[in-house]
Ligand binder design. Structure first.
Ligand code: NDP
Length: 357
């Protein structure tokens, strides 16, 4: 029997009000069941929105963990190790690492018991850290698909512009773009301290231009863009929107005719207003992307994409995002875990929160 703990909720609300630590025991796996020990589970913005009840997919409530009221385990992404399996389990061995096939698994837990159809097996974990495997399937995947799938994808030498340039997705986009020969203009929020460090950090990842949300509004910047794009001959065909609000209009104005703005996040909670002139006269397209839906539709492509990014990671060509690990062992207090979750939506953070077991 495994003594397991989960960080879960029985009603929707602010994480600090609704999350609680619950203990239960897991019996030895039989037939097609496997028992997992979690290694690393990130705290993504969407996980919090899900707990608040403002996300399209709701947490998965169940009474199977021995609670009187249905309980949902928080978290959607993570990596676990297979520690035992039933006789009927094929294609996975004890010691293998697995990630979740779909949203809604509940990954903020020390252990879980499940079947293999809910998992993607990581075939070659050699040279990889749990934090890397545990964060591969949401942010890098999102960046990857957005760069490839809109407006026929970018071609070598073409540009994209993005806000939230320092977000997990943004950093992944910068790095993939560099590997594929695309150039990037990256907008970040102006900060009182650490601005120059952030600029050089993103340039180190492969960013061509890093600009603050204030600088991007200036006439100087528009002139600069003309210059770096060779008088507009190198098109800016794609804009990635993590944030929303008026900055999206500024980005849209910098796009070449026929360009696409792809919205994937709404960090500022401000809406995107569509500029009619750009729609009519420049044929700018406004699209959205949701990686959960993409992964559900294209499970094989997801596996291939995960493998490709992990290969790049192993070769040192794709770097992890800065992380803020929270160690979770048997004695860790509920308060510490809840505080880590509650803090994860705050701005100007030094790294992504991640539970490490
Ligand atoms: P991170 O926590 O890594 O980054 C958050 C980013 O948001 C930082 O760039 C931060 O900038 C910025 N930010 C925070 N608060 C604000 C604010 N009030 N106004 C403007 N910017 C702000 O996040 P992720 O990369 O994991 O996710 C980023 C967004 O993308 C989230 O909205 C997430 O839900 C979404 N997402 C969507 C996916 C999809 O399939 N559609 C998949 C993956 C993520 P600063 O450092 O200046 O605070």
């Amino acid at each position: 029997y495994e003594q397991a703990k989960v960080l879960g909720l029985s009603t929707l609300g602010e994480p600090k009000d609704v999350l609680r630590l619950h203990g239960h025991s897991i019996s030895p796996p039989h037939n097609d069941l496997l028992t997992l020990r979690f290694l690393a589970s990130p705290i993504n913005p969407a996980d919090i929105n899900q707990i608040q009840g403002v996300y399209p997919t709701k947490p998965t409530f169940t009474t199977s963990l021995g609670t009187a009221e249905p309980l949902a385990v928080g978290g959607n992404e993570g990596v676990a190790e297979v520690i035992s399996k039933g006789n009927g389990v094929k294609g996975v061995e004890k010691g293998d690492w697995v990630i979740m096939r779909r949203q809604g698994f509940g990954t903020w837990r020390t252990h879980a018991q499940t079947t293999v159809d809910n998992l993607v097996v990581i075939k070659d974990k050699e040279g990889l850290k749990p934090e890397q495997v545990g964060t591969v399937s949401v942010n890098p995947m999102t960046a990857y698909r957005m760069l490839k799938d809109f407006g026929g994808g970018l071609k070598e030498g073409e540009w994209f512009i993005q806000n939230g340039g320092n977000s997990g997705v943004g950093r992944a986009a910068i790095q993939l773009a560099r590997l594929w020969g695309y150039k990037s203009i990256n907008i970040v929020r102006k900060r009182e301290s650490g601005m120059e460090e952030l600029r050089s950090e993103l340039k180190g990842l492969g960013a061509d231009v890093v600009v603050t949300d204030e600088e991007v509004e200036s006439k100087d910047f528009r002139d600069q863009v003309k210059e770096i794009t060779n008088g507009g001959r190198e098109p800016i065909r794609l804009g990635l929107n993590c944030v929303g609000g008026p900055i999206v209009n500024t980005m849209a104005k910098l796009l070449s005719p026929g360009g696409h703005i792809v919205t994937y996040g709404a960090m500022s909670k401000k809406p995107v207003s569509l500029p009619t002139g750009l729609l009519i006269f420049k044929d700018i397209h406004f699209d959205g992307f949701w990686v959960s839906k993409w992964s559900d539709r294209f499970p094989e492509q997801k596996e291939a994409c995960v493998k490709e990014v992990l290969d790049l990671t192993r070769q040192g060509r794709f770097k992890d995002v800065p992380m803020d690990p929270v160690t979770w062992n048997y004695d860790t207090k509920q308060e510490e875990l809840v505080t880590a979750v509650q803090g994860a939506l705050e701005g100007f953070r030094s790294g992504k929160g991640i539970f490490v077991f």
